[in-house]
Design a protein around this ligand. Structure first.
Ligand SMILES: NC(=O)c1ccc[n+]([C@@H]2O[C@H](COP(=O)([O-])OP(=O)(O)OC[C@H]3O[C@@H](n4cnc5c(N)ncnc54)[C@H](O)[C@@H]3O)[C@@H](O)[C@H]2O)c1
Length: 437
């Protein structure tokens, strides 16, 4: 189906990337961009930088690079700002995070050292394992005003034309939408009253959306996942997306599970356990932050496997996820999966996966793609939840009443078809049009 090309404003001038949290993921992301700009590293894992997209029939042999097909901001136009509860600049924070080697960080020390975080909007009740040192005084409404001021000063100092905000901060404790989140009036009233059901991440998101700044959520926190902020996003014509970067073990799960399902193999149990020793691991050692993460990680199998349609195969599936904080490993996470599958005549088999991954190395390219696509979405006039970006998330936001799509391959098709749609190209359905022509 060919669509009319959507009018997309050009990606002119500088794009400011506002990162909440200047920890392992965000410093690895910025370092990768700066190293790529200097030709000292390759942005591996990033669709926007390395991916091609097929256009037209297979016989057309037309597969341009995505960055040549859609008007994305270039790496050279990105400038970075951040908030954190620690005062360390991005160089010091990257050294502490211990993901990239000092010898890889030194050529970009100058660029990283210039990124000095603004004090955080922080409430220890939402991240029990962190001691806030570099935090904004006052109450929730004061934080919102201070964040607004930080953004304004950043825009002026760097002559920034457009902005995107992305949550790369710690995982907040488990939280369900309540009365303060039901509508925008209630939310603003709660903000004025310093109501403790408004988490710091909601304050950042509120300020961003109020100003029409796209907001992406890399952690599983509630944040924009509620009527009040979804309404605000629609009102201010602003894209939102989330939640929780799909890296490591959940990435493997959403690659493997669709394969088992496609072959109608049964699954009796899927036991997943992780050890990690970075700050994220320490925060997740708190049961309440872990609960937020666990909920995000557990959701994927049900929607992929559809046990209600396939009771013989998946009805009694036992799914367990554990995360253990284990300092010696730092950012080098190890994720084990034991999968008990069943084949012909219910005969049991086992699959073991041991993924020795580097968490932030997997997350950094997702941050890059998300900020570039969220900026594209804004310029293309897309607003509210961006389901086409589900590809990047463990727990994708969906419109009310819809279930999320978790299958990585369907997510990829949706994403690329959205790009084709925006550019007025035929969407590819794999129905083999060429067989009939
Ligand atoms: N592969 C991955 O690394 C991955 C995958 C999915 C989700 N995530 C999520 O991304 C987030 C970042 O991961 P990370 O490894 O960089 O963690 P990190 O602990 O290294 O960095 C998070 C930073 O956020 C800061 N922070 C906490 N609350 C804040 C607030 N209210 N305002 C400003 N700063 C705040 C912390 O001080 C810390 O420096 C975590 O929530 C994590 O669960 C990471």
């Amino acid at each position: 189906m060919t669509s009319q090309k959507i009018e997309i404003k050009p990606a002119e001038g500088k794009l400011g990337i506002l990162m909440v949290g200047l920890g392992a993921v965000s410093t690895t992301f910025v370092a990768g961009v700066e190293l790529s700009k200097k030709g000292l590293g390759k942005p591996i894992g990033s669709m926007t930088q390395m991916g091609h997209i097929r256009l037209g029939k297979r016989t057309d042999n037309n597969s341009p690079l995505i960055k040549d097909f859609v008007p994305l901001a270039g790496l050279k136009d990105l400038v970075f700002g951040a908030w954190d509860v620690f005062e360390d600049d991005a160089y010091a924070a990257a050294i502490k995070a211990g993901v990239l080697k000092k010898e890889d960080l030194d050529p970009i020390k100058n660029e990283l050292s210039q990124i000095k975080p603004w004090p955080a909007a922080f409430d220890k009740n939402f991240v029990k394992k962190l001691e806030g040192q570099h935090i904004k005084p006052g109450k929730r409404r004061d934080w919102a005003k201070a964040i607004e001021k930080d953004i304004q000063e950043f825009k002026e100092a760097h002559q920034v034309q457009r902005l995107v905000m992305i949550w790369c901060g710690s995982t907040e404790v488990f939280n369900r939408p309540g009365s303060a989140h039901e509508n925008l009036n209630a939310f603003e009233k709660a903000l004025d009253e310093n109501d403790s059901s408004i988490s710091p991440s909601m304050v950042y998101a509120y300020v961003a959306l109020k100003q029409g700044i796209p907001f992406a959520n890399g952690a599983p926190n509630l944040t924009t996942d509620m009527n009040a902020l979804e309404t605000l996003a629609m009102e201010t014509q602003t894209p939102i997306s989330g939640k929780d970067f799909k890296t490591g073990q959940t990435l493997m799960k959403t690659i493997l599970a669709p394969g088992f399902k496609a072959r109608y193999l049964g699954i009796s149990g899927w036991f997943s356990t992780n050890i990690l020793g970075n700050r994220d691991g320490e925060v997740l050692d708190d049961p309440e932050s872990f609960k937020t993460k666990e909920t995000s990680k557990l959701g994927v199998l049900d929607t992929i496997l559809q046990p209600e349609l396939y009771p013989d195969l998946y009805k009694d599936l036992y799914h367990k996820v554990r995360i253990n904080y284990y300092p010696p490993r730092g950012d080098d996470k190890e994720g084990w999966d034991n999968i008990d599958i069943r084949g012909w005549l219910d005969y049991p088999m086992q699959i073991k996966v041991d993924f020795l991954c580097k968490d932030s190395i997997l997350a950094a390219p997702l941050v890059l793609d998300l900020v570039l696509y969220m900026d594209l979405a804004k310029r293309a006039g897309l607003k509210g939840i961006q389901e086409w970006l589900s590809f990047y998330y463990k727990s994708p936001l969906t419109a009310p009443g819809l279930y999320p799509e978790h299958n990585l391959f369907i997510q990829e098709i949706k994403l690329k078809n959205t790009l084709r749609y925006l550019m007025g190209e035929d969407q590819i359905t794999h129905l083999g049009r060429e067989y009939y022509e």
